[in-house]
Design a binder for this molecule. Sequence first.
Ligand code: AMP
Ligand code: GLY
Length: 423
Amino acid sequence: MNILILGSGGREHTIAWKIAQSAKCKHLFVAPGNSGTSEIATNVPLSVTDFGAIKDVVLKNDIKMVIVGPEDPLVLGVHDFFLADAQLKNVAVIGPQKAAAELEGSKEFAKKFLFRHNIPTAAYQSFDATTVEAGCDFLETLKPPYVLKADGLAAGKGVLILKDLEEAKTELKAMLVDAKFGTASTKVVIEEFLDGIELSCFVLTDGKNYKILPTAKDYKRIGEGDTGLNTGGMGAISPVPFADNEFMSKIKERVVIPTINGLQKDNLPYKGFVFIGLIKVGNDPFVIEYNVRLGDPETEVVLPRLKNDLVEVFQAVASQTLNDITIDIDDRAATTVMLVSGGYPEAYEKGKEITGLENIEGSLVFHAGANLKEGKVVTSGGRVMAVTSFGKTYQEAIKKSYQNIDKLHFDKMNYRKDIGFDL
Ligand code: AMP
Ligand code: GLY
């Protein structure tokens, strides 16, 4: 069958790489894609939130399955758009419907869901412009640091963690009254701070059945030792070494099962990935957030470890027969290191030629902010490419990634040299 992937990052190149290996995939399209996807699929220039343009591509190319990479089209209801259209309703869409995508689209919605289904998470209250003073009073009752979250989508920038009470009050007002994050901060969730180490758990569900995929840990800060500004993610490791069997069974019993049951009880139609951001406090898992898609760069370590035919798995999601599938995971560790443009996550230059790709041995290179220009691969974004490697241990895998990174070059290339330092 013909398949379309929506998105243009390292996550989408990895999904494309995996799908392209399936005998069930005839023609693969990625919209808009990047230089990496152009080698294995047909790139189609369009905006992932232009549903009319997506419809045209699907009909013109006889596409039978659409895999949605990023959250925006899901939160805007791309799956519902397909179901409501007579010509599109039989196309399999991998990604939840709008009502369920609110788990990522609204922090308050996610918190209410977590409390309703008794899933461990930080205590919270939410506020809007009419209750700013109550918000300040609530901050007074908490111990520092203070966690403020813009309710809506803010491209990963909407969470502030502040040590000082007065600064927290000032920021709360900036978010609610001065629209610091635009409409995303019309509401703000204030949360109890949880102290622990973070990890992510990926679950695939067809709305009835579920499969737990490998865990991963990403490194969000730009600087070594987890310092400096937040980024989309500078590297990742899978599996997470401290997530042993005992901890995994707590995640399954206390988080995954109540989440999947909660989706059904609340009538939230879900065929896709649930990305559960967790924090280990003492020996117990707490949910920090839900995302309704795969993570980036977590995908670059999770999917390479999956041995199954991904098209077969997605077909089972579409037909709600995921229970008939046995998920087969590579025992080896996988690591990825993200190469970024100098200056990122602040201002950076684009259009730098990337050289050395032909010299890579024993690693996978997934393109992110990279594109073809006059036959050359050049940078086109902040996060440029992810270098993924396998090893018996994550230490062995990470060494291989760094050896291959030494062969790659572009002007002002930057990357973290300490991925896995805290494990
Ligand atoms: P989120 O967008 O909700 O994932 O939050 C972004 C980051 O803020 C998380 O990855 C955590 O590092 C941190 N964070 C969020 N909520 C909390 C919390 N309640 N306690 C401690 N850290 C948090
Ligand atoms: N790496 C974090 C995310 O994809 O949201």
